[in-house]
Design a protein around this ligand. Structure first.
Ligand SMILES: Cc1ncc(COP(=O)(O)O)c(C=O)c1O
Length: 450
């Protein structure tokens, strides 16, 4: 049976599919870069699931209760209690979003020349590690790079590689970062078994283990539904067990916090927390608001609980699976199995005749916008490529915002991609016309190769 939305709609925002010739003009003027297209010219926006979700009526009600006191706001204590009841760590430090949390944590813990291992670093954690003149080392299991392989936990870290790295370079490793779910590996979950094993390796060698917890609720739901021994546990119980193995976490609350802006660091170590608070005051704000307003903290305190609701999580993961399975059954190459927040098209298999140097992912992104007004994002050579070096995967990510689109929207997306797949021989490769030195994918201008 198709998943049914566990909510009804109280407020609507109109969207419109602009005409094909207008879409052609938009994409040309944007230099074939959809980051440069106004959102009003997009029909279905799958650019990201970050900060793009809908808040519930309870969250909007919470906003009215926001305490905007500079110091000691009631909303801070409510949020701190809500976070501690899930994560279980003593210290709570609010920040305006995930990368701000990474910045203040790494400023204190990471020194030049060090190595921070992870299953796979998300691009902002990688950038912040590198900003400290340290190395961000990905240690995903090999299966993470095989898009067709159907395994339940392709987000896992390679524990043998982790063990070897720490044994070889213990003095250089300030912490290990576990990303749950593993965004850059297709939103694939990490198993509790893997977390337990990685934590034991870290504990034995006295290396702190932190979570990048942006999508921890989706990860815990996959543990409940895919890992032996967890089906009768609540997702909250699973989350508490998961975090009990670590020493702290950073969180972009724009995902499983169900808010449009917000984040935090939470951890056990009081000395480190004190140093982070000094960074917080410098870069974010006073320790009882960090980078957030009182009303934002209230909305998050409510949202973080709603994200653990199992009816919501069942619908959320089933909706992603609906799109993934529908495309897979039609022969469209997508990362299997479905992950938690997005469907990823394997651009190398979609357009086998277009080499990585001609950005097959970006070619699909532009063609899909022209076909149906759908905005997706390339995660491949344009985003991660360096001179004469391509990343291991060429992907197009279709990230599904939380509680925003109905299944009819999702099926419209599926139909458009299937149609595009039938016409794939007409898609041309692309070349870069101009680009910036850092994070080029946001602003680069491209053109099709005729
Ligand atoms: C796994 C992961 N970590 C960290 C971040 C950074 O969070 P933010 O965008 O709130 O700075 C993201 C954002 O997409 C993410 O997916």
């Amino acid at each position: 049976m198709r998943p049914v939305e566990p909510f009804k709609i109280k407020m609507v925002e109109p969207i419109r599919l602009i005409a094909r010739d207008e879409r052609e003009r938009e994409v040309r003027e944007a230099g074939y870069n959809l980051f440069q297209i106004p959102a009003t010219s997009v029909y279905i926006d799958l650019l990201t699931d970050s900060g793009t979700g809908s808040m519930s009526d309870s969250q909007w009600a919470s906003i009215m209760r926001g305490d905007e006191s500079y110091a000691g706001a009631r909303s801070f204590f409510r949020l701190k209690d809500a976070v501690r009841s899930i994560f279980g760590y003593e210290h709570f430090i609010p920040a305006h979003q995930g990368r701000a949390a990474e910045h203040i944590l790494f400023s204190v813990m990471v020194k030049p020349g060090q190595i921070v291992p992870s299953n796979i670093h998300f691009d902002t954690t990688r950038a912040h590690v590198e900003n400290r003149q340290a190395e961000a080392r990905d240690l995903a299991i090999d299966a993470a790079y095989d898009t067709a392989l159907e395994l339940p936990f392709k987000g896992d870290i390679d524990c043998r590689a982790l063990e070897q790295l720490i044994d070889h370079s213990r003095a250089q490793i300030p912490l290990v970062m576990m990303t749950v779910t593993n965004n850059s590996a297709g939103g694939q979950p990490v198993s509790m078994k893997n977390v337990r094993e990685a934590a034991a390796i870290c504990r034995d060698r006295r290396v702190p283990m932190f979570f990048d917890a942006a999508r921890y609720a989706e990860n815990c739901y996959f543990i409940k539904t895919r890992e032996a021994g967890y089906k009768d546990h609540s997702v909250l119980e699973i989350a508490r067990e998961l975090f009990s193995y670590g020493d702290g976490a950073t969180m972009s609350a724009k995902k499983d916090g169900l808010v449009n802006m917000g984040g935090f660091v939470t951890l056990r170590d009081g000395n480190v927390a004190e140093k982070i608070r000094q960074q917080l005051i410098l870069y974010e704000g006073f320790p009882t608001y960090g980078g957030m307003s009182g009303r934002d903290m209230e909305a998050l305190a409510t949202g973080i609980g709603e994200a653990l609701d199992e009816d919501y999580l069942a619908f959320r993961t089933e909706q992603v699976k609906l799109l993934c399975d529908d495309l897979h059954e039609a022969g469209v190459p997508v990362i299997r199995p479905a992950g938690g927040h997005a469907v990823y098209i394997d651009a190398t298999r979609f357009l086998p005749d277009i080499p990585a140097s001609q950005f097959p992912g970006q070619a699909i992104v532009c063609a899909l916008y022209l076909e149906a007004g759908i905005r997706s994002v390339e995660v491949g050579s344009l985003m991660f490529g360096k001179q004469n070096e391509s990343p291991r995967l060429e992907l197009v990510r279709l990230a599904i915002p939380r509680r925003v689109y109905t299944n009819d929207h999702i099926l419209y997306v599926a139909d458009a991609i299937k149609e595009l797949y039938r016409k794939r021989k007409q898609i041309k490769g692309m070349r870069i016309v101009s680009q910036s030195a850092v994070l080029r994918h946001f602003t680069a201008r491209l053109e099709p190769i005729s």
